[in-house]
Design a protein around this ligand. Structure first.
Ligand SMILES: Nc1ncnc2c1ncn2[C@@H]1O[C@H](COP(=O)(O)OP(=O)(O)OP(=O)(O)O)[C@@H](O)[C@H]1O
Length: 355
């Protein structure tokens, strides 16, 4: 199956620049998750790939086919892409099999071949035994699988998913994530998955592209996004980092109010040393709870509340006006009283130059 390559894609709506100079490449059989705040341009990019928006600049290619660019703008039906949206658009008056067969009927695929392809697509999404059922007798998750089967039945090279799991409850979402991961790998299907859910993007994407204000701000494998967010925005958006403005010099970081002072040894910056005005990003996993004893580098804080999570409890503390989130591994003692004094040690903080 082919790879998707988008270069310098810009989309404007009147004065609004919805996408600016986007470069994205998804290798064959891989999943790219696109994530970003509301209005960052995720759907616009997907719609540009699908053929519903016309870019003002850039090229989009799938394998050696040009969909957009060099004076070409193929209409959606000629792009050979599959699409699944948030709200499954299955026809209630058709059986599951007939819903899935619809694109093949339109393409006038002969009956025997059509039946074989429908059966295969339904098996792939684990709905083999539901072929004769009506969609209104299925659960929401099963209906979304019907949409997925219909999107892949004509064997598209690329599958576009726009918040395709967002209307489903856990654990249905979790099981469909696995279906998608398997589908990409086993059928060598290239996918772009748009979501506002950060956890889902990191779980599903072989690579994750973070958009902000119509620009691609970081695209990397999930591990690297965890280990090295390349901007204060990515650290804050993807990891709930606390952002603190201050100054970096040879000794380390000092916040503007002087309340957070960290030695250079715990600071990590993007390529090259950071000096001068900077934003410190404190990720929950880089902080430890400690005794409130005023040790050097320890941040004095007050306990606010905590949230249970599988990888530990997220403890929310306050230092002045600054809210800190600390990931306390399972088994760690966590304060229980609101206002209780706690210390927070920084194992690692990211610093980014501030323009
Ligand atoms: N048809 C349109 N006409 C005018 N502006 C539009 C249109 N579609 C999108 N926009 C604008 O383009 C920008 C990007 O929108 P887009 O829907 O791509 O964002 P998104 O990241 O998908 O957001 P959400 O997560 O809320 O769906 C926004 O500023 C939006 O208001």
């Amino acid at each position: 199956m082919p790879e998707l390559d988008a270069r310098g894609v810009s989309v404007r709506f009147g004065e609004t620049v919805a996408l600016q100079d986007l470069d994205v490449r998804v290798d064959s059989g891989r999943i790219l998750a696109l994530v970003g705040p509301s209005g960052s341009g995720k759907s616009t990019f997907l719609r540009a790939v699908a053929g519903f928006e016309r870019p003002s600049a850039g090229t989009i290619r799938v394998g050696d086919r040009t969909l957009v660019g060099d004076g070409i703008h193929l209409p959606p039906e000629e792009r050979g892409l599959g699409m699944v949206f948030q709200h499954h658009a299955v026809w209630p008056h058709l059986s599951v099999a007939d819903n899935v067969a619809y694109p093949l009927r339109r393409a006038k695929v002969p009956t025997a071949r059509r039946r074989a392809l429908v059966a295969e697509a339904l098996e792939t999404v684990e709905l083999g035994e539901f072929a004769r059922r009506r969609p209104d007798t299925l659960s929401g998750g099963q209906r979304q699988r019907v949409s997925l089967a219909r999107a892949i039945v004509a064997r598209p090279g690329v599958l576009l998913l726009d918040e395709a799991l967002s209307a489903l409850d856990e654990p249905l979402r979790a099981s469909l994530r696995l279906v998608l991961r398997r589908l990409a790998a086993e059928h060598d299907l290239t996918m772009i998955h748009v979501t506002h859910d950060r956890g889902e993007a990191l779980a599903l994407g072989d690579e994750v592209a973070v958009l902000h204000g119509g620009r691609l701000v970081q695209c990397d494998v999930p591990d690297r996004l965890d280990a090295a967010p390349n901007s204060a925005f990515v650290a804050g958006f993807l990891h709930d980092a606390t952002l603190v403005d201050g100054t970096v010099d040879g000794d380390g970081f000092r916040s503007h109010d002087g309340g957070i002072v960290l030695g250079a040894a715990v600071l990590t910056g993007p390529a090259g040393a950071v000096t001068g005005p900077a934003t410190l990003a404190l990720l929950p996993g880089g902080l430890d709870l400690a005794a409130p004893d005023g040790s050097a580098g320890r941040i004095d804080a007050e306990f606010v509340t905590s949230l249970y999570g599988r990888s530990g409890r997220t403890v929310i503390c306050r230092h002045g006006d600054t809210e800190l989130r600390v990931l306390a591994p399972a088994g760690t003692a966590v304060p229980g009283r609101v206002g209780e004094a706690v210390g927070v040690d920084v194992r690692r903080g990211f610093v980014y130059p501030r323009g």
